[in-house]
Design a protein around this ligand. Sequence first.
Ligand code: 13P
Ligand code: SF4
Length: 402
Amino acid sequence: MVVKLREPTIPITEIEQSAFCRTDDELKAKTLEEEFSAGVRWQKLPVSYMRTSPEVLDQRIFDAKKKLGSRLVILGHHYQRDEVIKFADLRGDSFKLSQHAASQEDAEFIVFCGVHFMAETADVLSSPEQKVILPNLTAGCSMSDMAATDDVLDCWDDLQSTLADDGGIVPITYMNSTASIKELCGRNGGIVCTSTNARATFEWAFGQRQRVLFLPDQHLGRNTGLKLGIGLDEMIVWNPFKPLGGHTEEELRNARVILWQGHCSVHTRFTVAQIEQARAANPAVNVVVHPECTMEVVQAADSNGSTEYIIRTVTEAPAGSAWAVGTEISLVNRLAAENPDKTVFCLDSVVCPCSTMYRIHPAYLSWVLDGLNEGVVVNRITVPEETAEYARVALDRMLSLA
Ligand code: 13P
Ligand code: SF4
């Protein structure tokens, strides 16, 4: 048993969250130099890129992309800024982007406008000759940072020694985790999931063994367990800063789902009070939220689902309907612009983008594309094959469930 009595640390990405919060919906890109003045610590790049206006960068990205032609594919997550997502050849949520990454056979370069764990996944699923590039290496994810690989390995060892003779346990990791954690899942009969297929992966896992370890988002794990009829008293939270996660051996044996103590700093901002306020202002409003929100918010909402689910729901809704949306603001603003016949707004009136998705400023995209045109590959993401092999096993299990 590993004894740990460390103090928890708050990921820097979570502290940075407030740097770009506004009370209006104006999130237009400024020069990178101006954005740095908020005190953030992003990857350094040549000063000429820092001072170039977003309008000039826009033309340069367009030209550089054209020059690279079919050698390049740009993948973009829906939470990217407008000035960046407009250049994506393929857009998606985490699940759709993993499918896109696996099917890009021709492109020499895959530039991933998203966050680090997504680029790692693209590298694992693409062929060895293809080069995956993350424009800004500091674009991580605060939730992923909450599951340090060593802590997860310690947890897995503890669970093995406590539960191995007692029905066993399947590790499921949310896509939002490092490749090493995906590897641990692949090696130990586990699987990766996204918010699109969390329920299917739970069902698959309970067909294998009696319990599930769910990493690293306790809220997605709890919300999925509840959808399957698992009681709150059968789900416990593993605190990596306490011995045995803060539980007795008996509590671990009685649990059906062990939830890692992690959360998304964007989706946990939404509250039941915000939902009540939206309904008080317009009783006909529909509330749709992402399942990374807390259980209370998910239960108070009218519906919940992955980012693609939210897009589909709002897009297919009748003209004149009103939608209060509990997810990342860049996407909500885009949905509002693309659905002018409906009222679409963010549940939270204080507008906070995902601080790490926001780190992909157009200056970084311009910099990496110029590099490729000059024969220089900057910011390549490579997962060593010894890690990739079993991470791929866990990812392929997920892709074959879909
Ligand atoms: P999806 O892309 O699966 O909806 O997840 C949202 C998210 O927070 C990505 O980091
Ligand atoms: Fe991570 Fe949440 Fe940002 Fe997604 S939205 S990248 S889970 S912090």
